[in-house]
Design a protein around this ligand. Structure first.
Ligand code: ADP
Ligand code: MG
Length: 284
């Protein structure tokens, strides 16, 4: 029996009302998120704003206290639907070394999702080779261990693992921020290339404004567990409305002494001098 076709206009992934508390602390408060097929939604926010928690909840590594995640219109509830969903979504973490078991060979690491989903045929050798090649690891021996490789190469292995089950969505949680600057662009280019070749959707968590500009269709700005601003990459990076967004993007021009004369300094050390409001009180 095949799954019913979702109604036209149904997003690939839709999360609604996601709330997560750790004891008294509310890490996510009623967060909504929508990703269309083949598109990239970026989540930006300062450290501790709840970005990774949201990613972990969406991918099913953690449970929300309330809220619903729908994939192609179907709510993900219960073990079976979660397992099926996991096949359609890959995840790439910030630190490639921490996210892999160093006792496994890179071939075994890439094959992990294949095993988990019963897709591991004939030792999976051919598929592992194909996956390693697809991330630019042409010469790499599948029998080699991760410590033999550089940070960028390890992240390529993690990307190959994320693609193993041929997902429609890949969640990338700061995939370049632990890497050398010279390698960051290569990994980003790889992700963009894979997206166009495989029609992947990305949920992309990043701190880096240049990355946001390059890859995003839409940007959601997270502040203390709440989405305070949402827009196209163009809108958010060119004319952010929220003080917090402007601060995050460093988009607030320094005031020259002359301008200061016209616009007297505010009695605040908020680096966004145009608004007397605290970030929290700005219109979202
Ligand atoms: P970000 O990825 O945006 O830096 P996180 O999602 O990691 O933020 O964390 C959001 C908030 O939730 C932080 O204040 C963090 O300390 C808290 N938090 C995250 N995971 C846990 C946990 N397992 N137990 C308790 N608090 C947590
Ligand atoms: Mg994080």
């Amino acid at each position: 029996m095949s799954a019913p076709q979702p109604a036209p206009g149904t997003p690939l992934l839709e999360a609604t009302g996601i709330t997560k508390r750790y004891g008294q602390y509310t890490a996510l408060d009623d967060v909504d998120l929508r990703i269309e097929t083949g598109r990239t939604v970026s989540i930006v926010g300062e450290s501790g704003s709840g970005k990774s928690t949201l990613a972990r909840i969406i991918v099913g590594l953690e449970r929300a206290d309330s809220g619903t995640v729908r994939f192609r219109g179907e709510a993900i509830r219960g073990r079976r639907s979660r397992h099926a969903f996991r096949r359609s979504v890959g995840m790439v973490f910030q630190d490639p070394y921490e996210s892999m078991d160093p006792r496994l060979t890179i071939g075994e690491i890439v094959a992990e999702p294949l095993r988990a989903h019963g897709m591991y045929r004939d030792g999976g050798k051919e598929r592992v080779r194909e996956l390693l090649d697809s991330v630019g690891m042409h010469g790499a021996e599948p029998d080699a261990y991760p410590h033999k490789f550089s940070g960028g190469q390890r992240q390529r292995v993690c990307i190959a693992r994320a693609l193993a089950t041929d997902p429609d969505l890949v969640i990338c949680d700061e995939p370049t921020s632990a890497l050398d600057v010279s390698v960051q662009a290569q990994i980003l280019n790889l992700l963009l290339d894979l997206q166009s070749r495989r029609r992947l959707a990305y949920l992309f968590i990043t701190h880096d404004l240049d990355v946001v500009r390059r890859i995003s269709d839409e940007v959601d700005v997270l502040l203390r567990g709440t989405v305070v601003e949402r827009g196209t990459a163009e809108q958010i990076t060119r004319s952010p409305e929220h003080t917090y967004t402007r601060r995050l993007l460093g988009a607030v021009p320094a005031i020259s002494p002359r301008q200061r004369h016209i616009c007297p300094p505010l009695d605040t050390d908020d680096p966004a001098p145009r608004s007397p409001h605290d970030a929290k009180e700005d219109p979202a």
